[in-house]
Design a protein around this ligand. Sequence first.
Ligand code: ATP
Length: 463
Amino acid sequence: TEKTMDKLVALCKGRGFVYAGSEIYGGLANSWDYGPLGVELKNNIKRAWWRKFVQENPYNVGLDSAILMNPQVWVASGHVATFNDPLIDCKACKTRHRADKLVEEWHTANNITGVAVEAMTNDALVNYIKEKGITCPNCGKAEFTDIRKFNLMFKTFQGVTEDSAAQIYLRPETAQGIFVNFKNIQRTTRRKVPFGVAQVGKSFRNEITPGNFIFRIREFEQMELEFFCKPGTDLEWFNYWRAYCHDWLLKLGLKEESLRLRDHEKEELSHYSNATTDFEFLFPFGWGELWGVADRTDYDLKAHQTTSGESMEYFDPETNEKYIPYVIEPSLGADRVLLAFLIDAYDEEIVDAEKNDTRVVLRLAPALAPIKCAVLPLSKKLSEQAEAVYHQLQKHFMVDFDDAGSIGKRYRRQDEIGTPYCLTFDFDSVEDGCVTVRDRDTMTQERVKIGELVPYLEEKMAF
Ligand code: ATP
């Protein structure tokens, strides 16, 4: 059966993964709230990232920097001058488009590859659109306005006066909080290069064309690593992190065939980058960037050194050399990868075609599943004893308890939210101290001692 965004959005809304934001007031365009299951899933994704990128990695440490920063940060980073989307309007139907996206979509529709759209100037974009006769996807006409630039940063004011002196921005990426703390972290942790700093947090972009559910939103979360290394060793580390990120996705169950690693060609690279790979995922609406891994050279630290006047040099005690480290940056969107995990996990199984009976299953990796197991007493008479098992497991995992309806219906409810294990407490359980563990994917059943459930489930959760 077909996987459509509509079905997934309906499931997310119906089961409490994601709701439309401010819904009782008619919503706020493209804002979404994570419900009880969504917050668990998202936390599990962030935890899984932190686990592999900080806890289990020998090189990295963590940071939680402020969203509001000195506006000079965004001057140094280039966001004030160049963080702009090229906008173009259709003269006929007045629809607004991002010129670069218009071209990219046209390329996809016509199977054209190898054109570096990101590197095109405004004039080049306009000429290209004219020359190729690209039409408005909304009305089919080919009459566009000139391109205007629109800065994507959200502005706000700090303090009581709303004048330009007090104007600050909501950060459009978490990375700059890491760069401005490079010296602090190096000094206080006494780390030697190479080392990395990881951060998870909200970022804000006043996107012109948000949409596709939580794929492109204006308030989103990023999981970013800035890895500092010696110039000349950067491509080696780039390959290390590229493979590390790939491995993380596959270990958590993303399908190899829904992923493609697109290495930027020379002409396509940003002027400061030595290498960039976009991890792209096959969304129902087409391939979209999931994770950007870039060798950013010393561009960012150098820019902060110039703008702030503070040295960003590192003194290498082994070689007595001074240098500004190069940076490898893997940058992943938490919301976007959550959507990817959901899409890959969504499955429909026809149980009985005549009765129109379909089993909807979210085949999420146990490490990511919002609820790890559900305790299901076979009869209401067993509820009290089953509840004791539930309370015991709650100390270790997110667990559900359900004694309403037939056991088959209860299994289906858990399948639909991705719960990997259902524990049935039956009349034998009272005698033998075991429950039947049913596996969501294999549907096999196994008797497990109640006292051994925690290590049993913990082993399944490992990745
Ligand atoms: P795009 O070309 O899709 O606008 P980008 O190249 O601007 O993305 P980066 O600045 O490299 O994106 O951001 C790193 C990651 O942050 C992206 O790969 C994506 O996962 C996530 N991300 C960026 N913008 C958004 C957004 N508006 N909504 C959700 N996630 C986002």
